[in-house]
Write a protein that binds this ligand. Structure first.
Ligand code: NAP
Length: 300
């Protein structure tokens, strides 16, 4: 393997150390404690484990942190009222609703009910618009994590060719919006390819990329002969392709054929252990930013 592995867990730990210091400083100098509420509706085991991990990290960083678990049969009106309560609570700077919510609740209504200044997932249309005009405080966690991984391993993407495979609202499109910003850590030339791109053209675009971000949801899609020697490959994909007989756990594959791409790239994220570990850390970063904005320390 020629490529250096981008170890998401190590980068995430480094960012959490930086955040911990920032939180201590916020408390000591400004009497501000970042506050996060995670709202869980029902007891979906995957959702329970996600909110548990988010709570654990927020406690480790010294946040004021609330886990609000609601029964699966909570009415939509009651959930909206709960969100309103946290919108008005000055100790809470970030509100996270763990998705999915039960089918009788309109998830769009729920996301729209969150005060955009407390929307630490950055899914509210106001925050999507803020990102497009380059005047934002939060970025969606997964593409923001990719940006950190690029900058802290490969280096500044300024002037580089970035190709994004996939255009979903939570990964592909915000990744494009982040990388085209005339800002430090971005300022790249960006192309987005998707199912509307003929396959031969898609491969041509991939071959031009200095930085290739793949979020297609297709296991081992991008092949080594589609990429440029020395490029940086960020594999967002997490695909369960079977169950290991040895461990009984899911076998995970990314959207990139790891062996052939690692032989040519200069940097590559593994799956698991690349982009995945960054997501919770970026949520914490967003909560710190929300607390700073609420205290008037940065402009929102
Ligand atoms: P998604 O909503 O299914 O979107 C996939 C995108 O890829 C769509 O824009 C689709 O194009 C495009 N696409 C699908 N097949 C393609 C192909 N053969 N050629 C070119 N483009 C293709 O998925 P997502 O939510 O963005 O997630 C993508 C992957 O990242 C999934 O494996 C997901 O599990 C993973 N993920 C990981 C994390 C993490 O924290 N590590 C977070 C989020 C997602 P169209 O728009 O034309 O349909």
């Amino acid at each position: 393997m020629a490529a250096k592995l981008i170890k998401g867990a190590e980068v995430a730990a480094q960012i959490r150390e930086e955040l911990k210091k920032e939180v201590e400083e916020l408390k000591a100098k400004h009497n501000v404690t970042p506050g996060l509420v995670t709202i869980l509706v029902g007891e979906n085991p995957a959702s329970v484990s996600y909110v548990t991990a988010k709570q654990k990290t927020s406690h480790e960083l010294g946040f004021y942190s609330i886990q609000d678990s609601q029964p699966a049969d909570i009415t939509e009106a009651a959930l909206l009222a709960l969100i309103d309560k946290y919108n008005k609570d000055p100790k809470i700077h970030g509100i996270l609703i763990q998705l999915p919510v039960p089918k009788h609740i309109d998830s769009n209504k729920v996301l729209l009910a969150i005060d955009p200044n407390k929307d630490v997932d950055a899914f509210h249309p106001v925050n999507v618009g803020r990102i497009l005009i380059g005047n934002y405080v939060f970025l969606p966690c997964t593409p923001a994590g990719c940006q950190e991984l690029i900058n802290r391993s490969y280096g500044d993407p300024k002037g580089k060719e970035v190709v994004v495979v996939g255009r979903s609202n939570i990964v592909g499109k915000p990744m494009v919006a982040i990388m085209i910003q005339k800002l430090q850590g971005a300022n790249a030339t960006v192309t987005c390819v998707h199912t509307g791109t003929p396959k031969d053209k898609l491969i041509e675009h991939c071959r031009r990329a200095d930085i290739l971000v793949v979020a297609a949801g297709v296991p081992e899609y991008v092949q080594g002969d589609w990429i440029k020697e020395g490029c940086c490959v960020i594999d967002v994909g997490v695909n369960r392709v079977g169950i290991s007989e040895k461990t009984g756990k899911a076998i995970l594959k990314g959207d990139v054929h790891f062996e052939s791409c690692a032989a040519k790239a200069s940097y590559i994220t593994p799956v698991p252990g690349g982009v995945g570990p960054m997501t919770i850390t970026m949520l914490m970063k967003n909560t710190v930013m929300a607390a700073k904005a609420a205290a008037g320390l940065i402009k929102i």
